[in-house]
Design a protein around this ligand. Sequence first.
Ligand code: SAH
Length: 241
Amino acid sequence: MNLALLSEQDLTGPGSARLTGRRRDHLTTVLKATEGDTLTVGLLNGRIGTGTLLSLTSTAAELSFTLDREPPAALPLSVVLAMPRPKMLRRVLQTLAGLGVKDIWLINAYKVEKSFWQTPWLGDLPLTENLTLGLEQARDTVMPRVHIRKRFKPFVEDELPTLLRARPGLVAHPGTASPCPVHIDHPATLCIGPEGGFIPYEVDMLVSAGCQAVHLGPRILRVETAVPVLVSRLYDGASVR
Ligand code: SAH
């Protein structure tokens, strides 16, 4: 937690807040914070600043804070991700939030196991919790939006073309002819397959919808590795504020 993300419910007055649960525990166990210490705080979907720890009990941390700067710039990237297995889903959501992706589409694909859609991690609260962990890691405050689409074909035929008009698409698929572009300076939509990969029919449909198929070289990477590799190839840290 490199930033304590404050929501309206945490506020106890103008410029003061109370942290309980995970964030209070993190202050004591990981940060070894004591009264008078300062920490970076941010208001959900708002500005970032500095908090001072006024008191710390076994249940709550009381802070005063000021907010004086904007969160880091968001990436102009939509990520369309074939639904990963639950454990991987949590990690990938945290990673995407940490990298500054604000628009996430979880879609079905032939090689997505049906049972993956049953996971409790897709509930509103667990989704927000995992995205919060990513935001707090990266010192960001702006909550990504997650869209869940359990049917591949209607998504690709009816919704993806509209998305691609604003953000041209790439589908990461090993063995395709073009290498993934590097350091682009425009918005994009990036489609990433399931553990078993997209099947040829799905790649064809994504390409028909307007995506360009790209590869990352001969090594097949796990989804959780492919995501940060792809994102940092497309938008290196220097190109955004
Ligand atoms: N078994 C599959 C690979 C799945 S890897 C196959 O052989 O095709 C999971 C996803 O990560 C892929 O669908 C792709 O979107 C991305 N990925 C992993 N390694 C990649 C690479 N070398 N090039 C392009 N995409 C890759």
